[in-house]
Design a protein around this ligand. Structure first.
Ligand SMILES: Nc1ncnc2c1ncn2[C@@H]1O[C@H](COP(=O)(O)OP(=O)(O)OP(=O)(O)O)[C@@H](O)[C@H]1O
Length: 358
């Protein structure tokens, strides 16, 4: 297994007036040996470009890829000792399921006993054990994709396993259990796993560290908890969490932050600072409803209630159509009713030019 380092890495497929038109802006990242990482971001943000550079399918226009400290930037895909699983199934239709799974091991002349052991192990993990002698041609697309996954997992001597949205064609029920299995398998075998997805749930349940990307830039790499509690950029607050983080205009006077003239929090650093305009960020989970106009509450009007069964997502208008969303397990007043909002003070975050100030 391997540690992957991306140093000054960038890629432009073309130039505009002689300037690189970056699909991936210059970045530095380290993926530790045995870690599970998700690359998360909307379509076109550069996830596949980064993955294909790591696998060697694409040569970066700038920077270096180090695998276990060795510069592999100009080494081709075959020699990088990497397994890659793509979005859609890649199987050999004329071979059986067993032969498909065995293929990466046969190519490396592994002993028959090792091949039998590993194929049976991986087939068991992916519930393919009853199908090993079936022809791959006859299987449904999601079973074919399980074979692709199995081929990615069958070698235990790969440096890293790269997966590019591999569960897209898989049935939602099975998807749920497969995420867990992928995590368990990679943990058990100590694989370094890098997983591309645009689905925050997939990223958060599968990876120890999530790399959040936007417009070709890495905006934050962190644990699911860190991304939830300390989004360093507004994009992370918006992209992680459901509903997304609330962002409101505010002002800072000597370290105290106000929204609509009400004190809602204190800057954790740079005490005493005054900023005429900041953006206040608060997760819906950290907003509650109060009965009356106590200190630190914000008057609002309820504009929408979505009953989710064991909790409700409530929208409340602070005035001028400034909507705050909150999640609450409690009974909610009717739409149109006046209410008061309380922000959990130590969960309030402040942003300037989209980046976290405190
Ligand atoms: N071969 C190419 N030539 C020119 N531009 C490309 C090429 N491949 C990708 N791009 C552009 O580079 C940017 C990043 O694309 P990339 O496929 O890496 O994003 P992504 O996050 O993986 O998107 P998706 O989730 O849709 O696959 C996009 O603007 C895309 O149009």
């Amino acid at each position: 297994m391997a540690k992957i380092e991306l140093r000054g890495l960038a890629h432009a497929y073309n130039t505009v007036d002689g300037t690189p038109n970056y699909a991936l802006h210059p970045l530095d990242l380290t993926w530790e040996d045995g870690g599970t990482y998700a690359l998360l971001g909307p379509s076109g943000c550069g996830k596949s470009t980064m993955l294909n550079i790591v696998s060697g399918l694409l040569t970066p226009s700038e920077g270096r890829v180090l695998i276990n400290g060795v510069d592999m930037t100009s080494v081709g895909a075959v020699k990088r000792n990497i397994a890659q699983v793509f979005q859609f199934p890649v199987v050999y239709p004329s071979k059986t399921v067993f032969e498909n799974l065995a293929f990466p091991l046969r190519c490396r002349n592994k002993p028959k006993a090792d091949i039998d052991r590993r194929v049976n192990e991986v087939a068991g993990l992916l519930n393919l054990d009853g199908l090993l002698q079936k022809s791959a041609r006859k299987l449904t697309p999601d079973l074919k994709q399980l074979i692709s996954l199995g081929r990615g997992l069958v070698r235990d001597d790969v440096a890293v396993i790269l997966m590019d949205e591999p569960l897209t064609v898989i049935d939602p029920q099975l998807k749920f259990s497969l995420r867990r299995k992928l995590r368990d398998i990679s943990a058990r075998h100590g694989h370094t796993l890098v997983y591309v997805t645009h689905d925050q749930n997939e990223a958060m349940t599968l990876a120890e560290q999530v790399v959040v990307m936007d417009h070709g830039r890495v905006v934050q790499m962190g644990s699911p908890q860190a991304l939830f509690e300390e989004p360093v950029h507004r994009h992370v607050g918006y992209f992680i969490g459901s509903p997304a983080m609330n962002f409101l205009e505010g002002a800072v006077d000597r370290g105290t932050v106000s929204v609509f003239g009400r004190d809602v929090g204190t800057l954790r650093s740079a005490e005493g600072r005054s900023l005429s305009q900041v953006v206040v960020g608060i997760r819906p989970e950290f907003v509650t409803l109060a009965d009356g106009p106590e200190a630190g509450t914000l008057p609002a009007t309820i504009t929408d209630v979505q009953d989710m069964g064991c909790f409700a997502i409530v929208s409340a208008d602070l005035g001028n159509s400034t909507i705050v969303k909150l999640r609450t397990p409690d009974r909610v007043p009717a739409i149109g009713a006046p209410t008061y909002l309380v922000f959990e003070r130590d969960k309030v975050r402040f942003y300037k030019d989209n980046w976290l100030v405190s």
